[in-house]
Design a protein around this ligand. Structure first.
Ligand SMILES: Cc1cc2nc3c(=O)[nH]c(=O)nc-3n(C[C@H](O)[C@H](O)[C@H](O)COP(=O)(O)OP(=O)(O)OC[C@H]3O[C@@H](n4cnc5c(N)ncnc54)[C@H](O)[C@@H]3O)c2cc1C
Length: 321
């Protein structure tokens, strides 16, 4: 009996989201009085693997194979299903990101499991097993009941606190049974964005909307992002106008992000925009219109001209540092 967590690495390193997943799984395992088992696939060193124990993993299973250093859906699905069967997993947890969304349904089919995707909290009830997820671009919460013996969840970023615990984790190598068929689809090349903080990884995001008025007005936003070590984002009309690149567009039809701090500058706060950012821990808005909908979602707001408020804010941050 166990809760199994698939832990993704990037170039052999785990991301903050991995520790959120382990913290979530370990709390769930405690509620159920079972063990939390973390599974890492691809080449990761021992110190990095051991770090998972700091957040409550009881056991870490390690699958090292050069062919698995990039995501191969079929092979990964097979490995996770094999481990789930070996560990008698009752619950298998993934991150609600690209790989998690690709693997969770495949693994669920293999395990004949029910799936809840984009879960945002620990189960409200264990019997029947009921978890929460946001629906209608975060405007409502659905309670999802999973009745199958094995359950598969994908966890939304920033949904749980990372909790450090005493590290008692053991690390074991796992040898999966794989065949050529599992590698039928090959990733031949991966081109990585370099020199730029990935929007989906950023803890702080500085985002501008149509209220910035002109593509030449983005300097203070870039300066704020640089001062805080954040990433840049924008609303859809801004990228549609070609003021900013399309990969910065957040919202229902763009990237969905959940940073610790989201600056909404000259952004009205339309529901389609909020659909991509409403899971941010803190939203800070600057807008000339005191009735702009963004203020309903913001934790902190300034009613004012972003061109005047932003330089003063940047100056204050620099002085505070
Ligand atoms: C199917 C569909 C999908 C969509 N998907 C998305 C999506 O993924 N992402 C997205 O962003 N939008 C999306 N939209 C568009 C969305 O409905 C809004 O039109 C859009 O988010 C508005 O962008 P904005 O806030 O930048 O601009 P506006 O709505 O024009 O707001 C500009 C804001 O700036 C303020 N302002 C003006 N001057 C200043 C100043 N000097 N200082 C401070 N504030 C100022 C104004 O008061 C205003 O609130 C979608 C729409 C549809 C129909």
């Amino acid at each position: 009996m166990s809760v199994l967590i698939y832990i993704e690495n990037r170039d052999g390193k785990f991301k903050k989201l991995s520790y959120e997943l382990v913290s979530y799984a370990s709390q769930l395992a405690k509620q159920l009085n079972i063990t939390a088992v973390a599974l890492s696939i691809g080449n990761v060193d021992e110190a990095e693997l051991k770090s998972l124990g700091n957040y409550g993993a009881d056991k870490i299973l390690d699958v090292q194979d050069d062919r698995l250093n990039v995501l191969v859906n079929k092979a990964y699905t097979s490995i996770i299903a094999q481990v789930a069967e070996k560990e008698g997993a009752d619950i298998v947890i993934f991150a609600h990101n690209f790989s998690g969304k690709a693997l969770a349904p495949r693994v669920a089919v293999r395990l004949k499991a029910g799936v809840a995707s984009g879960v945002t909290a620990l189960p409200g009830s264990l019997d029947p097993f009921t978890v929460q997820k946001g629906v209608f671009t975060g405007k409502a919460i659905a309670n999802v009941v999973i009745k199958s013996p094995v359950k598969v969840l994908t966890l939304f970023q920033n949904s749980v606190e990372i909790i450090e615990t005493e590290n008692k984790a053991s690390i074991e190598a796992f040898q999966p049974v794989l065949n050529d068929d599992d590698f039928k689809t090959k990733v031949l090349d991966v081109t990585k964005v370099t020199g730029k903080l990935l929007l989906t990884d950023a803890e702080i995001v500085v985002s501008g909307g149509r209220g910035m008025k002109d593509p030449g007005n983005w300097g203070p936003l870039e300066e704020l992002a640089a001062v805080l070590g954040g990433a840049m984002a924008c609303s859809r009309p801004v990228s549609d106008e070609g003021w900013r690149p399309h990969d910065e567009h957040v919202g229902q039809t763009g990237k969905i992000i959940a940073p610790n701090v989201y600056f909404a500058l000259g952004i009205s706060g339309a529901i389609q925009h909020l659909g991509g950012v409403s899971s941010s821990k803190h939203i800070i808005a600057i807008n000339t219109d005191k009735d702009a909908p963004i203020f309903e979602s913001a934790d902190y707001g300034v009613v004012g001209d972003v061109q005047k408020v932003l330089p003063a804010l940047i100056q204050a941050i620099k002085e505070a540092r």
